[in-house]
Design a protein around this ligand. Structure first.
Ligand code: SF4
Ligand code: SF4
Length: 96
């Protein structure tokens, strides 16, 4: 019987080809500054979003995105613009 894989092990099976340009855009950093819970720091399975208190901004490590689409719906103010990466870029699922 196959042992269950951790999320980290599963993410390791994904192949990335990162574009130079982000396909994820924070529409308004001022909205992030007023966002109480900073939900994006928790709901993204690939840890793409990180709030920086000293700079008052959310950084976006778009290269790590696994294109699950969660952030399109889960940001409470819909402050994240999400498009598919340009053709040829993004992820390939090895077993999917
Ligand atoms: S959840 Fe949305 S509004 Fe809040 S910090 Fe993240 S991107 Fe900004
Ligand atoms: S699409 Fe999924 S993996 Fe990509 S940034 Fe949004 S929540 Fe994270």
């Amino acid at each position: 019987m196959t042992q269950a894989q951790s999320i980290e092990e599963r993410l390791f099976t994904i192949r990335y080809k990162a574009d130079d340009k982000s396909h994820l855009i924070i529409k308004d950093q001022d909205v992030c500054a007023k966002c109480v819970d900073k939900d994006c720091n928790y709901f993204c399975p690939a840890d793409v979003y990180l709030w920086h208190e000293e700079d008052k901004m959310t950084s976006v490590a778009f290269e790590n995105c696994i294109e699950c689409g969660t952030c399109r719906l889960a940001c409470p103010t819909y402050n994240i613009e999400w498009v598919y990466p340009t053709g040829g870029y993004g992820i390939t699922y090895k077993f999917g």
